[in-house]
Design a protein around this ligand. Sequence first.
Ligand SMILES: Cc1ncc(COP(=O)(O)O)c(C=O)c1O
Length: 368
Amino acid sequence: MPILPAPKEDFVGLDDIVHLATGGQPPLLQAHRAAFEHFARDKARGMEGYRVHWAVVDEVRTQLASLVNLAPQNIALTGNASEAIAKVVSSIDWQPGDNAVVAALDYASGRYALARLADIGVTVRTVPCDGWTIGIDGLLSACDSKTRLVYVSQVNALTGQHLDIAKVSNALSGTPTALLVDASHALGVVPVPGDLCDFVVSSCYKFLLGVHDGVLGWNRARWPDFVPSGVGWHSATSTVAGFAIKDDAQRAEYGNVGHLGAYLLKASIDYLNSFGIEAITDHVRPLASCLVDGMAQAGLPVMTPSDPVQQAANAAFEWADTESFVTRAQKDGFLVWGDNGRIRVSAHLFTAEADIDAFLDRLPRFLG
Ligand SMILES: Cc1ncc(COP(=O)(O)O)c(C=O)c1O
């Protein structure tokens, strides 16, 4: 296996910048240029090329399945993570008086998809956080026999907190509550235990190094009933009576999935796998820890837990004037992400220890 950090030359546009913004938007790979070409050549080949597109989609499903520890037939490609969340929420047979549980700090797409259920008499139990920390015990104690779904991000988008999904999974196992895990800040950089979830969703354009597509993993063995509210030519087959919904997770793919995105994602996952996710995790976690410690030493109001077990690839601190911070950093050659009242700094496989040291050294200048 090649050693980490990954060469910056393998990426587009990393020559003169220290890129610490993968939690928002990573660079593409040089290998994506060949994937674009491959797609373009196949696109010009009529039916034969279109069949190749779907064959590439199948290969990507297999790659994703292995990344989330599910079978390929449990994987659907969607337009984005938010759509995947909405499809899962739409599949639950909600009854008035039911409830859903979510942490107040969790991602908007999950919170909004659940809040919409108020119209049909479903209560959303929004669990307050202890400062910037989501407590799993608090989430679990909000659940009762009427809780139909818990939405939780494996790595919180705002704070970078990494949650112990196994603990949530164990507690919900055998209950009528579905566990929907959003792995958008985990997939591609830390192991994602899809086998412990009922559903796992992710965007593809962050640590997974793809573009703006989504993935939905359905753990059928744990949660057999999944019929999203919509249907289309690709999610069903024709029958005498009309149509029959497909047997596997493709029931969540109503029409063509993003073929170009699949070509790119295949190149991304090939690249990530050439290092191995565990090696990437081992490389990135100490860098994130270093960032968290450095931010604390600089006297900043750090949002990411100091416990390394609760860290993944993002470190964040509260900051009101995010725009000025991001601009100052960029002028000095550092890309970070700043919105929602915080600055988020991310490491990935191409991040070197020297990048983190240089950022922490320059940090006081970006504060204004
Ligand atoms: C946890 C989480 N889920 C979902 C999304 C949205 O992804 P998409 O645009 O693919 O729906 C984001 C984007 O930042 C995110 O952080």
